[in-house]
Design a protein around this ligand. Structure first.
Ligand SMILES: CC(C)(COP(=O)(O)OP(=O)(O)OC[C@H]1O[C@@H](n2cnc3c(N)ncnc32)[C@H](O)[C@@H]1OP(=O)(O)O)[C@@H](O)C(=O)NCCC(=O)NCCS
Length: 177
């Protein structure tokens, strides 16, 4: 991921549905995002990907492995596509599978964990399809428009099955940075 992805990523950070589903209270400025993109290459303890459609180079979203806990070979995962126009077309599943494969097969990690809000069954389904197992609940972890919501914790271990494969592997390209 780099500065060249700004135009593709910016709509995601201003799309109300993406903001809601990720529970993002912070409102990013263009300068913050440009600085963030420009510094991705400097970090060697995380992987930040732009999700790019192979056929036409369209930026579909972003995914990251971050919060590395090196002594325990554990990392966190997060993903967001740019907006509803690309939800539900299999891209999230494919990108999640690729990130999990990278964590275990390339980085040699043991555990990938994540949090997903109770109002996001599509994301939960994607994570289950990719082999993530529900581990617990952070009760009332998010206050959104006056309502409390739980955050469900999920994880996959290197020794777990990675879920049924429905992906043909042809759709998405990207190198972590
Ligand atoms: C979450 C996200 C990455 C998923 O990617 P996606 O490309 O939209 O999802 P996919 O098309 O790969 O798969 C969606 C799956 O959820 C299922 N699904 C959709 N809506 C659902 C619902 N309301 N309840 C249960 N399952 C649902 C689909 O049927 C499909 O499963 P299937 O293949 O078994 O039929 C994407 O929607 C996104 O970026 N959302 C906004 C940000 C976000 O929620 N990020 C995650 C924060 S934890």
């Amino acid at each position: 991921m780099s500065s060249g992805h700004f135009d593709g990523i910016w709509p995601m950070l201003t799309d109300p549905e993406s903001i809601r589903l990720t529970g993002t209270h912070h409102r990013f400025t263009e300068d913050e995002v440009r600085d963030w993109l420009a510094t991705r290459q400097d970090h060697h303890d995380r992987a930040d990907w732009a999700i790019v459609r192979a056929e036409d180079g369209e930026v579909l979203g972003e995914a990251a492995l971050d919060e590395l806990d090196a002594p325990n070979a554990s990392v966190s995962f997060r993903i967001s596509l740019v907006g509803p126009e690309v939800f539900g077309r299999g891209f999230g599943t494919e990108a999640t599978r690729l990130a999990v494969d990278y964590a275990f097969d390339v980085a040699g990690l043991h555990r990938v964990c994540l949090e997903v809000f109770d109002f996001n069954p599509r994301a939960q389904r994607v994570y289950e399809k990719c082999g993530f197992v529900r581990e617990g609940v952070h009760r009332d972890a998010l206050l959104w428009e006056g309502q409390w919501h739980d955050a469900i914790t999920m994880a996959i271990l290197a020794t777990d099955p990675r879920g049924e494969s429905t992906v043909d592997g042809s759709g998405i390209v990207g190198d972590p940075a």
